[in-house]
Structures are given as C-alpha cells and as structure tokens.
Design a protein around this ligand. Sequence first.
Ligand code: FAD
Length: 464
Amino acid sequence: MAINQHFASIDVQTLRQGVTGRVLTPGDPDYEQRRRGWNLAVNQYPALILIAADAEDVVAGVNFAREYGLGVAVQSTGHGIHYAGDDSLLIVTTEIASVEVDAEARTARVGAGVIWQQVLDVTTPLGLAPLLGSSPHVGVVGYSLGGGIGWLARRYGLAADSVRRVELVTADGVLRHASSTEHSDLFWGVRGGGGNFGVVTALEFNLYPVATIYGGNLIYPAERIADALHFYRDWVQSVPDELTSSISIVRVPPLPEVPEPLRGKTVFALRAVQVGDAAQGADLIRQWLDWQTPMVNTFAEMPFANIATVSNDPVEPRPLHYSSELLDDLSDDAIDIITRFATDSASPLTINEIRHAGGAIARVAPDANAIGHRDAQFYLILVGAVPSQESRANLEAYIRRFKEALSPYLPGGVYLNFIRADEAAQRAQDAYLPESYARLLELKAKYDPANMFRFTYRLVAPPN
Ligand SMILES: Cc1cc2nc3c(=O)[nH]c(=O)nc-3n(C[C@H](O)[C@H](O)[C@H](O)COP(=O)(O)OP(=O)(O)OC[C@H]3O[C@@H](n4cnc5c(N)ncnc54)[C@H](O)[C@@H]3O)c2cc1C
C-alpha cells in the first residue's frame, strides 16, 4: 500500500503484520490526532506512525525503518518535540505503560510511554518519591534522558543521575540493556545524550523516601522584582541542599477564573520545596515574609503526591516556544537586564523563571554521564505562547534581544531539556563538556552511524 508519492515503494502491510500495535498512514482516521504532540507549536507529518504495544514492536519498527531508509522519531507526550518528524517513522510509546516498583530496593522500572503522574500514583502511597520535574504530565524517558531538574534536585540530583538501567533498541534493531555493568558506554551516553542512540523501551531508576514536603509559592507584585532578585541571590547562598527554589516572573492571564488580585497582572512567585525538616523550611521562608508581605502565600506542609501544585504547570496541550541559558551568578547588571525585559509591558514572554541549581547536581563527577555544566548556579528559562506565526516571530526576536543584552553575563552553557528545536540543532554542543561531546560523537558513530535517530538533539549541527 502506498503512503504518499515519495514513499510509494514502502510496504506498510509488512510492518502491520509484524507488530501487535497499530500502524497509521496519512489518511487514516487517527493519523491527525496521533501525529501531534503536547506542544502544538511543532507540526509534524511522519510517513508512518507506529503505536508500539511493546519492545518487540519497537524492534520491528526500527528494522523496518532501516530497510526503507526512514529516520525514526520517538514520542511519548510530545512535551519536548525537537524537530518535526516529517517523513519519519514516528514510534509512539504511550501504550508501553507498565510501572513496577520494588519498595524495598526503592527502585521503579517503567515502560517507555509512562508519564510521571503514573509513577506518582504507585509510589506516593508507599512513601516513595521519584525525581519528577515541575509537571507530572511530562514523560519519564524524555525528561530523564535530557537531565531532569525537579523540586528535589538539590537534595537528590538530576533524574538522569538516578537512572540505574536502560533498555533500548539500537539502530541495528537489537534490544540492549545498558547499565554500569552492561553496555556501560551506552549507559554513559543516553544519560544526557537524549534519544541519539536508540529507542528506549524501559527505564529503571531510584526512588527516595519522601512522603511529605514543605512547599508553595509567595506571590508579589512585579514592581519589587529587582529588589527580590538581589534578596534571592543572597538568600540562596544560605539555604541547605534540602531546599530547591526558583523565582518565576509570570504574566497572569486576564481570565475570570483567576482570583481578582492577580488577574491580568505581572507578578513574581518565589517557589520552593523543602525536603525533610518542615520547620527549617518555614524558617527559611519566614525571611521572605520579613522582607515583604506577599499578596498570596500558599506555603504549607503537604503530601508529596501534591507536588504539582507548586508549579501548577498547564496540563492541556498548547503552542509554546521557549529558550534557556545557564547562569553562574546573578550580577547587579544581569538583575537589571532580567528585570527590564521580564517586566516590559510589551514583552511577549509569559514566564521567566530562574531556578536555583547546585547541591547534589554539582556533587556528581563531571564525567559520570554525558550531562555537562554541573557547576551552573542557576537555570534561566524563558517561555511564551505562540498561537500564530506572527506571535512566534515576535517572541523569537524578543528572546534574541533579551539574550544579546544578557550575553556578557552568560557563560555559554545550555540545559537541553529547556531549549527548543532550532536551538538544539545549533547549540547541542554547548550542553556538554568538550571531552564528553567528543565521546558522544564516538558513540553516535558506533551505534547510529546513519543517524537514524535524528529527531532529537542534533549532536552535529546541520549546515546553515
Ligand atoms: C510544561 C513543561 C514542564 C517541564 N518541566 C520540566 C522540568 O521541571 N524539568 C526539566 O528538566 N524539564 C522540564 N520540561 C522539559 C521536558 O523534560 C522535555 O521537554 C522532555 O523532552 C519531555 O519529554 P517527553 O517524553 O514528555 O516528551 P516527548 O516530546 O514525547 O519526547 C521528547 C524527546 O525525548 C526523546 N524521547 C522520548 N521518549 C523516548 C524514548 N522512548 N526513546 C528515546 N528517546 C525518547 C526524543 O528525543 C523525543 O523527541 C518541561 C516541559 C514542559 C512542556
């Protein structure tokens, strides 16, 4: 059966007969819905979509793609689509959804399509916590392969550092197990190298004994942001690793469901999560209450199951455009520039976030896996909605001007989970130490010489 003119020779029926899952081609009723990811800003038209039922389906898909010279794109949620998987075989992993927990060993093994909420549902009744990020609707695998900074990061590190074992299908169609003792070269590279080396079918990682946290938001009017950033810069020097925090400058939409004092306003939120001693967390937050009384204070001791209320990320799909930089410090000049751009009434950014890093992230050896820049103090994240081409061009230009102004204070490193498609093409190298980057290129040449997995961070920048 022909797919389109270009791929007319592809025998889809062979793939259909060789898998338990479903194969969709353009024109099939579900193709439109399944080709889309959570981030609606990236539109993709795969030649074929394989909704894989299990690891064997992934093996069949990879072998089929190799036979027909198709690139393989992978998607669980589509929160992190990097490149439109046009003309690819898109392997959708959502049906590979097992979650197995060993409470005694404090580990979990999950299928490729599992999102963090599915892990939380099983682990929180056991008093165990995974290292998810701000949104429980993000996929475990995509998040963990790119690093994974969440609310427990300063205490327990990045999610990638807690991965114990990876099961993945490499470009030769072999299902391999990678850990510190099996294919240790691949194990090193997938933790930070994204989907460059194969399609992960399962991931095993550590869980931590966290049943409750002390966390929440203090919300202040945007007028105090410069003072707050100075205060924040000094405050984070004194906080223990048990506390992970951020400052988010947010344009609150003028929607009726938003409480009146915040509706349509630009505000900033001091967000934090304290693990362990809640009283210590409360003491640290009291310093902010003494600094200035907030408009809203949501800090409380809460079950870890409620962790998503700290960031309150959007759940429904939307067209987002984002960018990021790592920061070594918050100099007076950098604070001035961030304040100017973030509070400019013409700014198309909906969120500017500064996350405090360090702690356990920085205590891992730089060559333990492919993740770079462990010494970065802060992650700067810039996010905006792009419902149209015009709004996208406007936001891109604004972010460019913002970064140009900030460039004297940017050390040049990036964190892959927070940069977008076109940047990942040009700047993947900036995410790694030079020696790690060289090692990743060697691994790519060994495991995926034809670059079958090319819809992830491009290790080699395409020509301009
Ligand atoms: C609302 C929101 C909140 C976020 N919060 C955080 C946060 O707090 N901390 C943080 O670090 N990041 C965060 N991110 C970034 C997020 O971690 C990345 O976008 C991540 O890539 C999403 O993974 P996914 O599997 O959900 O997305 P997908 O778009 O399905 O996958 C993203 C990429 O991951 C790779 N991938 C996914 N599954 C596989 C697989 N089985 N095998 C091989 N490669 C695979 C592929 O390259 C794929 O293109 C957030 C993103 C959003 C939109």
